[in-house]
Design a protein around this ligand. Structure first.
Ligand SMILES: Cc1cc2nc3c(=O)[nH]c(=O)nc-3n(C[C@H](O)[C@H](O)[C@H](O)COP(=O)(O)O)c2cc1C
Length: 356
């Protein structure tokens, strides 16, 4: 039984249905990058998803790129996330935290004054990113990480994952897409290193694979997933050969026994990314990207994925699962309020109604 409303197990994560809420940055963390009570309410409202992947969350002050994104490196942040986890679990839901280290996709004014911007190589992200108040500005010129520093960055991810578990969160997802730190190591145009973390694909995947192995050792492989988007150009990514890079990554990560691979599926020259995943990865797959009930059900029926994720539909439809079940119309999100609001401002965040 592989219907979209049927339960499924991804590693140690038992989901009540195969509908995953995709990670979405909403820029509403409080002072100190602490999750607010309103964030707990937002996730509680959406807990009928089989699994929620939280918004990208920085494992360390240096990993912060954008304004008002939450962290998981201070005790106040852990307490804030514990309120989120309790709210989701109280509704019978499950949640994993997306660990997002932005690397070079970062603006100094968005983060602690003594937090550095680091990357595999000292190459600036060409695309403006939102600075304070969301106004787009030029990203920082990053400092290239020394080889000897890399174990410390991986250790930050490990501490973050332990913190997430201490907060009661069910697992973590390593963000290896969208031009953030792991993808900066993966892509030929952002990784010009000459040590064992740069050069051929086997070296460029090393950072992601070592991080995944360390996360698995720390909290259990069955509670660790990772997210990729082969070929994405966001944040100035331009890999010379995404098929080679991701084939190498998938094969290297395949033996770790992880909970799932989360694919943002976009067109890729000469190959279908989901077929590439299936040919090189034997674990569970969550498929994502512009899905509808019909297209998602077809992917599941063909056994091309074990679960499917939806991002934008969850913004304005907290009861998205119930609406899919009943065939009810979906509400449209207001683009003006996606990243706005702070404190107890509910507009465009927690004020989208459930159907009666
Ligand atoms: C407002 C917004 C914020 C997002 N933030 C993240 C993020 O923090 N991490 C991530 O991996 N993807 C992020 N995404 C991408 C979504 O997870 C998803 O891959 C994308 O929206 C495509 O799925 P959809 O067509 O179902 O919306 C974001 C998307 C949106 C619309």
């Amino acid at each position: 039984m592989t219907g979209i409303f049927s339960p499924v197990r991804l590693g140690d994560l038992q989901l009540s249905n195969r509908i995953v809420m995709a990670p979405m940055t909403r820029d509403r963390a409080g002072p100190g990058d602490v999750p607010t009570a309103l964030m707990a309410e937002y996730y509680r409202q959406r807990a009928s998803a089989g699994l929620i992947v939280t918004e990208g969350t920085q494992p360390s002050p240096a990993g912060k790129g954008y304004w008002r994104t939450p962290g998981i490196h201070s005790s106040a942040q852990i307490e804030g996330w514990a309120r989120v986890a309790a709210a989701v679990h109280g509704e019978g839901g499950k949640l994993v935290m997306q660990l997002m280290h932005c690397g070079r996709a970062s603006v100094k004014a968005n983060k602690d004054p003594d937090a550095e911007t680091v990357a595999p190589s000292a190459i600036r992200c060409p695309d403006p990113i939102p600075g304070p108040d969301g106004v787009p500005v030029q990203p920082d010129l990053p400092r290239a990480l020394e080889t000897a520093e890399i174990a410390g960055v991986i250790a930050e991810y490990v501490t973050a994952a332990k913190n997430a578990r201490a907060a009661g969160i069910d697992g973590v997802e390593l963000h290896c897409a969208s031009g953030y730190l792991p993808m900066q190591f993966l892509s030929t145009n952002t990784n010009h290193r000459t040590d064992q973390y740069g050069g051929d694909a086997g070296n460029r995947v090393r950072f992601a694979v070592e991080t995944l192995a360390a996360l698995a050792a720390a909290i259990g492989a069955g509670r660790v997933g990772f997210r990729i988007c082969p070929g994405v150009k966001f944040n100035g990514m331009a890999d010379a050969d995404p098929v080679e890079t991701y084939t190498t990554l998938l094969r290297a990560a395949d033996g770790l026994g992880l909970a799932y691979l989360h694919l943002i599926h976009i067109p890729l020259d000469g190959i279908d990314a989901l077929e590439m995943v299936r040919a090189n990865w034997h674990g569970a797959v969550i498929e994502n990207g512009g899905l509808t009930l019909q297209s998602a059900s077809a992917v599941l029926a063909a056994a091309k994925a074990e679960a499917v994720s939806f991002g934008r539909p969850f913004i304005a439809n907290p009861d998205f699962v119930a609406r899919l079940k009943s065939g009810a119309a979906l509400a449209a999100a207001n683009p003006a309020t996606i990243y706005t609001g702070s404190g107890d401002d509910q507009r465009g965040y927690t004020d989208y109604p459930m159907l009666g």
